[in-house]
Ligand binder design. Structure first.
Ligand code: ADP
Ligand code: MG
Length: 461
């Protein structure tokens, strides 16, 4: 029986390579055809196809031989991906047809026309340098996504386009797709890399309509060499914006610009996502990211501690990895809490301390509201909360406001537009700058750092 043969082969391969590699490269393969020594193996995408051909074909053939197939010839074939063919009839429609904005924004955008391309933003906007491949720990769950992102970073726009990365919150999607952007820029500093959260894209689109800046908006996104759109599930139900996104997508894809999209679920599970966008998203490669396994979580927590200048004992790392299984963001949060606690008291993080801290944090109220954060921050700095919410720009108000923004980001992981709104502001770029500023300053400014730690502590009592 065909599937019996392939199951036997997979069983043996599973024993001869690492679990992570097996899951990454072999998990979703099937035997499509078997005719004497000719076999066709179905694989989910081109990336896996190439890896199997290059790296694993020998192993596959040897294992087949062991299972009675003489001199096997294996073909790897992509299957079950509908709509992969690029069709051109709907592509590169004018943006916002109703607004009469000219269409041909992509083709003339060679490097020479860059100067004339007046942009409202810088192309570095949105990328955070802290997200790199170097500090991303690879293990089961993220291995395939990591490999694909690296391939794209070295050769954007050429093969795996678009890349659609999906998986639960806090497992490293943003980290990886930002690492692509940072690497592309490191290799080619004048590359136009645009990273945008979907919420920001939506907000800018609405503003562009309101202030009649459609052309600048279109230029910005359609002029990208690499467009990275994070958390695309937020496009659900927003028809007009989906239409705009569709045209941006087509324009870029036609011009062989790289598109990278992340989402918390696969395209087919995003409710009210237009069919034509859905099919675009699976043109290239979709990759499912999983929460890393225990060993990888241990490695992550140790690497993060190392970055803070602390070498974590094995048992401490294991305790953390075991007790915080939800996602990497939470794991990092628990580690930061532990390090801050020990730092303030001049302790080294032992298993006993870790257990006592994680123990108490488990009984802490999970829900802290944005309002509580702003209130506690105002109280700590002894300023009036109404001043923080007001447009006042006095220094003694500005710093508390920035700290509040920073804590909203680091504790609640709010998006920048949300942070701006919580503080009664329309423009989210201030929120981005504030958070980045505080992030940077607490590394060197001891007073500021202990203020932030203290406020965070007070939130939890
Ligand atoms: P997502 O976008 O999937 O919600 P993020 O990319 O924001 O998740 O990741 C949450 C946090 O966990 C980030 O600080 C990120 O740096 C960290 N992280 C996630 N995966 C890894 C990893 N494999 N190695 C190192 N850090 C990781
Ligand atoms: Mg994210």
């Amino acid at each position: 029986m065909q599937s019996g043969l392939w199951q036997a082969v997979l069983g043996e391969i599973e024993l001869s390579i690492s679990r992570g590699n097996f899951i990454t490269w072999f998990k979703n393969t099937t035997l499509l055809k078997h005719d004497g020594s000719d076999l066709v193996v179905g694989v989910p995408n081109v990336f896996i196809k190439q890896q199997l051909e290059r790296k694993y074909n020998l192993l596959v053939c040897e294992t087949l031989e062991k299972n009675g197939i003489e001199t096997p010839k294996v073909e790897y074939k992509i299957h079950a991906l509908a709509g992969k063919q690029k069709n051109s009839n709907e592509d590169a429609q004018p943006l916002l047809k109703t607004q009469q904005v000219p269409t041909a924004k992509v083709s003339p955008l060679g490097p020479e026309s860059r100067a004339s391309n007046k942009l409202a933003h810088s192309y570095r906007q949105g990328l955070n340098e802290r997200y790199t491949f170097e500090n991303f720990i690879v293990g089961s769950g993220n291995e395939l996504a990591h490999a694909a992102c690296q391939a794209i970073a070295q050769n954007p726009g050429s093969r795996y386009n678009p890349l659609f990365l999906y998986g639960g919150v806090g497992i490293g999607k943003t980290h990886l797709i930002q690492a692509v952007g940072n690497t592309v820029l490191a290799n080619k500093p004048d590359a136009r890399v645009v990273y945008v959260s979907t919420e920001q894209f939506v907000q800018e689109f609405v503003d562009a309509l309101r202030f009649k800046k459609n052309t600048a908006f279109a230029d910005h996104y359609r002029g990208a060499d690499v467009l990275i759109v994070d958390d695309v599930q937020f496009l659900a139900g927003k028809e007009k914006i989906q239409e705009e996104f569709f045209h941006t997508f087509n324009a870029l894809h036609q011009a062989n610009r790289q598109i990278i999209i992340s989402s918390d679920k696969p395209p087919k599970e995003i409710p009210t996502l237009e069919e034509r966008l859905r099919s675009r998203f699976v043109w290239g490669m979709s990759i499912d990211m999983q929460n890393p396994d225990f060993e990888t979580r241990c490695a992550i927590v140790q690497a993060k501690a190392h970055n803070h200048g602390v070498e974590l004992e094995h048992e401490v790392a294991e305790y953390l990895a075991n007790n915080v299984q939800t996602n990497i963001r939470e794991l990092e949060g628990a580690l930061n809490q532990l390090l801050a606690f020990c730092d303030m008291r001049g302790l080294t993080p032992t298993l006993a301390t870790t257990m006592s801290i994680l123990g108490t944090s488990a009984t802490r109220p999970k829900h802290i509201s944005a309002k509580q954060i702003i209130e506690k921050t105002a109280k700590y700095f002894q300023v009036d909360i109404n001043d923080i919410m007001s447009p006042k720009r006095d220094k003694d108000i500005v710093v508390p406001r920035q700290v509040a923004m920073y804590i909203l980001r680091s504790e609640l992981h709010l998006s920048f537009p949300k942070i701006a709104r919580e503080l009664g502001r329309k423009d989210h770029t201030t929120a981005i700058h504030s958070v980045e500023k505080i992030e940077k300053e607490i590394r060197t400014d001891d007073t500021l750092r202990s203020a932030v730690i203290e406020i965070k502590e007070r939130l939890h009592v």
